[in-house]
Each structure stands twice: as C-alpha cells, then as structure tokens.
Design a protein around this ligand. Structure first.
Ligand SMILES: Cc1cc2nc3c(=O)[nH]c(=O)nc-3n(C[C@H](O)[C@H](O)[C@H](O)COP(=O)(O)O)c2cc1C
Length: 191
C-alpha cells in the first residue's frame, strides 16, 4: 500500500474509533539555529498532494529554524490504536493563497489570537494579552478577520515515512518507506 493511503487509513482509524483529544497533533522537530534539535507539538492541517501541511506564525522560533534549515520531522503517536508514524522531509513555505485558505478555516477566536499574540515573545502579564485580544477583536468586529502577514504555513515533502504498530510483547511491527526515483519502497525493520 502507498504510504499516504496507509497514513490516511491510520489517521482515520484514530479519529473514528476513539476519543483522542487531538489526533492531528504531531511533534515537529527542527534543527535549532544553535545546532540543537528543537521539537514542539503542532496540528497537521492536511495531507495534500503527498505533502504534510502545518501552519503558524512564520516569524516564530520554528519559522526561523525552518527558514534557516528547511528540513523537518513530524512524529505522530496515536494512543488508542497504539500506532506511531515518523515523517522526515524537505520543507517549503505555502503560498499566500493557501495561507489565506487555512487562516479562513480557523475559528474567529483563533484568528484574533493570531493577531494578539506575538508567538514566542516575552509576556509581561496576561492582562496585556487580553488587552491586545480585545483591541483586535474590536478592530475586526463585524467583518472577516484578515490573515496577519506573518501567519502562514509549511509543506513537508517526505523522503521517509515509518509506521510502527505497538505490540505489548515489544515485537512492534515497523515498516519504513523510502522514496526513490521510481517510487516508494517499503522495508520491514526489526523492532
Ligand atoms: C496539540 C498542540 C497543537 C499545537 N498546534 C500548533 C500549530 O498548529 N501551530 C503553532 O504555531 N503552534 C501550535 N501549538 C503550539 C506549539 O507547540 C508551540 O508552542 C508554538 O508553535 C511555538 O513554538 P516555537 O517557539 O518553536 O515556534 C500546538 C501545541 C499543542 C500542544
């Protein structure tokens, strides 16, 4: 089975059969500008045209790291089905039209937060953030909230995708798909 079809099936099983809070949550690993690996959870927006799409402020730490070194890993852990998926790939920024589309799909509150919060900058106190929230809420009242210029997304073009099914006896079932010029090649791996 093609690794993208397999990913979609596994993702859907986690969404359908369980009450996992955020099945789209995945750990995004980047290379820090100081050379240390850096990781944080993000939400997968979509698997589109064999690319994994994530979004957020582009002037954040992750944004700077991805600009500096456009390679990343995404790691999913789906507890209800006991499955892990690891993706490694090259990163490209999505275009402004796609960014607009993903931004428009956010809740109004999240859209306002995208204006109010300067992600990763020092926070004086919660009141100052609430003030910013109210300010942008009033500014954009009764109209569509536009996308802040610094808000966008990235597409991860995978070169490797590994699927692991957890086994209580530790005989985890692992399959690594590697991309080559003639397609994707699966290889079973020892647990
Ligand atoms: C489940 C979950 C989903 C998240 N989704 C996103 C997301 O889609 N985009 C985002 O910018 N931050 C998201 N965050 C917040 C990030 O973990 C992180 O705090 C933020 O992106 C700042 O990271 P950075 O300083 O490395 O840029 C999410 C956090 C959690 C726990």
């Amino acid at each position: 089975m093609n690794p993208f079809t397999k990913f979609q099936k596994w993702y859907e099983s986690e969404c359908i059969t369980t009450d996992t809070l955020i099945p789209s949550a995945c750990c995004l690993s980047t290379t820090g500008t100081d050379g240390y690996p850096n990781a944080r959870f993000v939400s997968l927006k979509e698997l589109k045209d064999e690319q994994f799409i994530i979004t957020g402020p582009m002037d954040s730490r992750k944004g700077n790291e991805l600009r500096n070194k456009p390679r990343a890993a995404l790691t999913f852990w789906w507890p209800a089905t006991g499955r892990q998926v690891r993706v490694q790939g090259d990163v490209r920024q999505i275009d402004i039209f796609e960014a607009d589309r993903y931004f428009s799909e956010r809740s109004r509150e999240s859209q306002i937060v995208s204006w109010a919060s300067k992600q990763g900058k020092p926070l004086k106190n919660n009141d100052s953030l609430k003030e910013q929230f109210n300010h942008y809420s009033n500014l954009h009242a009764n109209k569509q909230v536009p996308r802040p210029e610094n808000w966008g997304g990235w597409e991860i073009l995978p070169i490797r995708i590994e699927f692991l099914e957890f086994d209580a006896n530790r005989y985890h079932n692992r399959v690594l798909y590697v991309k080559s010029i003639d397609g994707w090649h699966p290889q079973n791996l020892q647990p």
